[in-house]
Every structure is written in structure tokens, then in C-alpha cells.
Ligand binder design. Structure first.
Ligand code: SF4
Length: 608
């Protein structure tokens, strides 16, 4: 017995066929599951140079070895693909029930290939996979799609789906399931490019059996006991991620007005306590007692009159301070509009803040400027622009391409205002205020993500966040650790109190693979995962030249950001040298041949 099913479901939308395949056991021992396993398959199977929207691109859904087992906070799932936004490998996590249903159906992974001839949804049950017409779902928002599919297939059917933005190929469209979304990097646009509106799974509960049931049960009980009184878990349950808004601003980390500044006067109007006052009930994912979400009323926009789970800190940042806004109801309503159209709140907010700065500088052509007054804080106009992005109309159509491509539309000087790394819009962590984050985001193989390796010692104040030496090895270390957590999957918000040794215990008892019991061995797996992701990118032409920061971070001193005021990133080159050196990469940021041999990874062959 083991919590791996050892099976993947391969679906070809072009030919409307599917088959079940065995996953080689070695893949599990080398990459565990979820993020690691999906990266291995994508690297092995995707031809170099394929465009993110090409039918040949693959969309991989996967869940972790510890999902649906009783352990708390391990039941999220991940979507992996080649991103149409960045051209890199992309992985995007989400929660709720869908991943667990995939596990109940008996699959560790689903690999979706090809393109359906017309808008389609997949219906998966114990009999197999049906390819069904989705004509009546065209243009429908994710919440309505899920409701419709439950009505059609029964209340126990769980779906992952896209909204209008996914169908219209907004390059940062999401995949939604329940109240949560796989948000980053345009995974929903890849689904749209495949003419795939939804995947529905309807199977009975079928929990995976651990290799050592008694030991595993004891570990689950110990985790639950530990969580009951854990202070971080309590803060997450009560306040959720909004609780970090004020502390981040006090450290100069909260980006304001397109990453120019670091302070808003009325932060108390949008902090965790304020959002707590209007929380209607708890919300969260399957198998998680932290339940970090919270339902709140929507007062405007397409979901007016309903409730949504949100906002997270990242949405408070992107529709609040980043746009010069400190109105909590606006932030909730903008969050709801993103959910309705199916777009990433971080990328959407950064695209709109880019437009605000263009507008301020007179760089938006009169034809658009006449219709919307994009002054900082002009809530009505900014909300209208958000809806135009969702529908891909006018300026919204241009911004739907992502901030990097959109900059090309506005001529000289616009690229310097576009805040992204490798095309992925930056999250709510100012790189100039935490130099380890600057390095981690610059080197992240998916682009500007805060979840590729969190520099915890700097964020906690244990290490000076402003120095720019001796950080390469520690950032490589946190990226490896994150790769392990993402391959189990241990939710960053729900894994309070857990250490690498706990993961080693859980994995060994669950899978029976004894090598997982050694933390050093797990770290080697983490190293292998970030290396295979880098090899994927190298094959697509990425190297040191792409491990960079927005120009603003290198040359414009940060304004009004408390202790981080006047900071810039002075020596990214030095940080990169340290980082590459610690990982056995060349000066160009390419894994050296000896390192590839050590990690048992094939050499990347670049595309023509
Ligand atoms: S902590 Fe939050 S995001 Fe993580 S699994 Fe629990 S409810 Fe989901």
C-alpha cells in the first residue's frame, strides 16, 4: 500500500481519446509528486519552442502524495504548463476539493493535450472520460459553470473551469475550483486555447491507504494536536493573510503606486482587523483545519449581492495601495470581478497600476484617455478598466496581454514602468526592501513570484534585509525547501509548526519509500526539481540575461518606505554569482554538466 496511485490519466482533446498509464516508481522516488512530478513530465514530453497557446502545449493537473490522507493542509493541487505569459515553465497552486477528487478517481496526474474542435468539457467518472459539448457554458463565469455542472451531474461532482477571460486568452486567466483559483501565469488561458471550459470529476470517496497505517495515524493525530494551539494557525484562522498588511508596510515591503513608494496614510482602513469586522464566515480547502479564508459581501460589479472568499493579502496590495486606494469594499468588489471573469488579481492590479502611471505621464493615446480618467485612486474608472480586461475590450485588450507585452504598445519609456520579471507581474513584496526576495524573484524559474522561495530569515528580521552579500546560498536553500513543500503539497499558510523532519516522517509512513526518511535526500530532491525547471527554461533560451529585476528596482531609490526608504538593489550581479555558484550552475545561470549528472537530469537541447 502507498498513497501514490502510480497512475496518470492522459487525455487528447484533438482526438477525443484517453488512456491510463503507469507512472514509473523511480519518478516518485526522484520527484515525489505534484510540482516535482509534473515538472519532470513537462520537461520530458514538451517539444522545445512550442508556444503556450499551441495545441501541443500540455496542461498537467497533479496532487501531492499526502493529499486526502487526513494530514491537515496537504490537499491542494497544482497546474503545470508552459506559460503563455512568460514562456517559462509555470506552476500554479489552488485548493478546495477538485484535487482530492482526482485522487479519489485514482490519479496522481492528469495530462491534457491537443485542442478540442469546439468548446468542450470533460466528465470523468468510474466508467472513464466523456468529451461533452460546452455550448451552453460559453462566456459563463466560473461560479455559474460549477453550479450548472452540479445540477447536471449531481451535487458531488467537482469541477475546475475557466471564465470569459480564459476563453478570450487573457494571458493571466485563472483556473477556478470552488472558491479558489490557480491564479498565476495564465494557466486558464492555456485551458481556453485548448477549447476546454471545464473538467468535472464525479467519483465515490476512495482515500489512499498509507504504507504504515498505524504510524501514519499517529502522525496525523500529533499534527492535529499541535495545530490546535499553534499561534500562527490561530492568526491564519482568525485573520487570514490580511494580517500581514500592516507589518509589511512598517517594514517598507508593501508596494504603493506601481512600486514607487512604500507607505499609505490610511493603512488602518485596509488591515487585517478591518477585514475581520466584515468577515461573514470561515472558508477554506478540503482537509485543512486552518481555514484561512473568509466570506465577505460583494457590493458592486457582476457578483453584486453575493459573497466571495477573499481578499487575500495579495489582492489587498494589488487593488489597494498599488492603485492609491484604501477602500476595503472596493478591494472586495474588484476581487469579485476578477473571480467573475477568471483573472489573476495580482497581474490585473499590476497592469492597472502600470496604466495609471502611463496616464499620469501622458503616455496613453488620446482615444483611450478620453474615455477613462485613470488617475490614482479613481475607483470608478479603475473598476471599469478591470472589467474591460476581463472582456478584452479597448485598453483592457492591450493590458490582457500582460504588462511586458502591453509596454510595447505605448512606445519609448513604457517598458521602464512595466513591473514584471520574465513577464510575470510582481506580487506584493518590494524587492528593494528585502534583498533576498530580490534574488529569489529574479531567479525564480516561473518569473516574479513570492512563492518560489520565501527568504524567511530576512522577513522575520533575523537577517539584515538590506545587505547584498552572503545571500546566494540561503536563497538556493529556501527555493529547494519550497520545491519539497510544493511536491507534497504542504500549503504555505496551513503548514504551521512543521519542519523538514516532519515531512520526512509523513512521506515515509505514507509511501513506504525509506529514502524519504533522510532530510538530506529530500533536499537533493528539492535541488533536482528547481534544476529540472531551469533546464526547461534553458531549452527555451532563458539564461542569466533573464534573471533580472525591473529597472526601477536597480536605479530608482524607494520613496517613503520607512526603514527601506532610499533603498535600491545595487549588486544583483554579485547576488546572482553567489546563487549560481552554490547550485553548481555556470556564470550564465545554466546547470553545469557535472551537476546534471549528479542529479540524473538529461542535458537540455535548445529549440531551433
Ligand atoms: S491554509 Fe488556507 S489555503 Fe492553505 S490549505 Fe488551508 S484553507 Fe487552503
Amino acid at each position: 500500500m502507498t498513497t501514490f496511485s502510480g497512475k496518470l490519466l492522459r487525455i487528447d482533446l484533438t482526438k477525443s481519446v484517453y488512456r491510463v498509464e503507469e507512472i514509473p516508481r523511480q519518478y516518485h522516488t526522484d520527484y515525489i509528486s505534484a510540482r516535482g512530478l509534473a515538472a519532470k513530465f513537462l520537461y520530458e514530453e514538451l517539444r522545445p519552442g512550442v508556444d503556450g497557446f499551441d495545441p501541443a502545449n500540455k496542461l498537467i493537473f497533479s496532487i501531492g502524495a499526502l493529499g486526502a490522507t487526513g494530514l491537515q493542509g496537504f490537499s491542494k493541487w497544482v497546474v503545470t504548463t508552459k506559460s503563455p505569459l512568460t514562456g517559462t515553465i509555470m506552476r500554479s497552486f489552488t485548493g478546495c476539493n477538485f484535487g482530492v477528487w482526482m485522487k479519489f478517481a485514482g490519479y496522481d496526474l492528469m495530462i491534457i493535450e491537443g485542442k478540442a474542435p469546439r468548446l468542450t468539457y470533460l466528465y470523468i467518472d468510474q466508467k472513464g472520460v466523456a468529451f461533452l459539448e460546452a455550448e451552453d457554458l460559453v462566456g459563463m463565469d466560473p461560479r455559474s459553470v460549477q453550479k450548472e455542472l452540479k445540477q447536471k451531474h449531481g451535487p458531488k461532482a467537482e469541477s475546475a473551469c475557466i471564465g470569459l477571460a480564459g476563453e478570450k486568452l487573457v494571458r493571466y486567466a485563472v483556473i477556478a475550483s470552488g472558491e479558489r483559483t490557480a491564479s498565476r501565469g495564465g494557466v486558464g488561458a492555456v485551458m481556453g486555447a485548448k477549447n476546454l471550459k471545464a473538467v468535472t470529476i464525479n467519483v465515490p470517496v476512495n482515500r489512499p491507504a498509507p504504507a504504515d497505517p498505524q504510524r501514519f495515524e499517529n502522525l496525523v493525530r500529533a499534527q492535529i494536536d499541535m495545530l490546535k494551539d499553534h499561534p500562527r494557525k490561530k492568526a491564519m484562522t482568525t485573520l487570514g493573510t490580511p494580517y500581514i498588511t500592516t507589518p509589511l508596510m512598517e517594514s517598507g515591503i508593501l508596494p504603493v503606486r506601481n512600486f514607487r513608494e512604500g507607505r499609505v496614510a490610511d493603512i488602518q482602513e485596509i488591515n487585517g482587523q478591518e477585514f475581520l469586522k466584515i468577515k461573514k464566515k470561515k472558508a477554506g480547502c478540503y482537509g485543512c483545519m486552518t481555514r484561512c479564508g473568509g466570506m465577505r459581501d460583494v457590493s458592486a460589479g457582476p457578483l453584486k449581492g453575493s459573497q466571495i472568499d477573499g481578499p487575500e493579502y495579495e489582492t489587498i496590495f494589488s487593488f489597494g495601495p498599488l492603485l492609491g486606494i484604501h477602500d476595503k469594499q472596493f478591494i472586495i468588489d474588484a476581487n469579485a470581478a476578477c473571480d467573475y471573469y477568471g483573472i489573476d488579481t495580482i497581474s490585473a492590479g499590476v497592469c492597472i497600476s502600470f496604466a495609471c502611471e502611463l496616464f499620469e505621464k501622458g503616455m496613453i493615446p488620446a482615444s483611450e484617455k478620453d474615455r477613462l480618467d485613470l488617475s490614482w485612486g479613481n475607483k470608478e474608472a479603475l473598476f471599469a478598466l478591470l472589467e474591460r480586461i476581463g472582456r478584452r475590450e479597448g485598453l483592457g485588450d492591450i493590458l490582457g496581454e500582460g504588462v511586458k507585452r502591453a509596454a510595447g504598445h505605448f512606445g519609448e519609456g513604457a517598458a521602464a514602468l512595466a513591473i514584471h520579471i520574465k513577464g510575470l507581474e510582481l506580487p506584493g513584496y518590494e524587492p528593494r526592501a528585502v534583498k533576498g526576495y530580490a534574488l529569489s524573484m529574479a531567479t525564480a524559474n516561473i518569473g516574479g513570484s513570492h512563492m518560489y522561495g520565501r527568504p524567511r530569515p530576512e522577513l522575520s528580521g533575523a537577517i539584515d534585509p538590506f545587505t547584498e552579500t552572503d545571500k546566494g546560498a540561503s536563497i538556493a536553500q529556501v527555493q529547494k525547501e519550497q520545491a519539497i513543500e510544493d511536491s507534497l503539497i504542504a500549503c504555505t499558510f496551513g503548514n504551521s509548526g512543521l519542519k523538514l523532519t516532519d515531512y520526512a516522517d509523513y512521506l515515509t509512513a505514507a509511501t513506504g519509500i525509506e529514502t524519504f526518511s533522510e532530510p538530506d535526500h529530500l533536499m537533493k530532491i528539492g535541488e533536482r526539481i528547481i534544476c529540472v525547471e531551469r533546464c526547461f527554461n534553458v531549452r527555451e533560451g532563458f539564461s542569466r540575461k533573464d534573471d533580472k529585476l525591473p529597472q526601477r528596482m536597480l536605479s530608482e531609490p524607494l520613496k517613503d518606505a520607512g526603514p527601506a526608504t532610499s533603498q535600491i538593489v545595487e549588486d544583483l550581479d554579485g547576488l546572482l554569482d553567489e546563487y549560481y555558484d552554490s547550485l553548481g550552475y555556470t556564470k550564465e545561470g545554466i546547470p553545469a554538466t557535472e551537476k546534471l549528472k549528479e542529479l540524473n537530469i538529461d542535458l537540455p537541447q535548445q529549440s531551433d
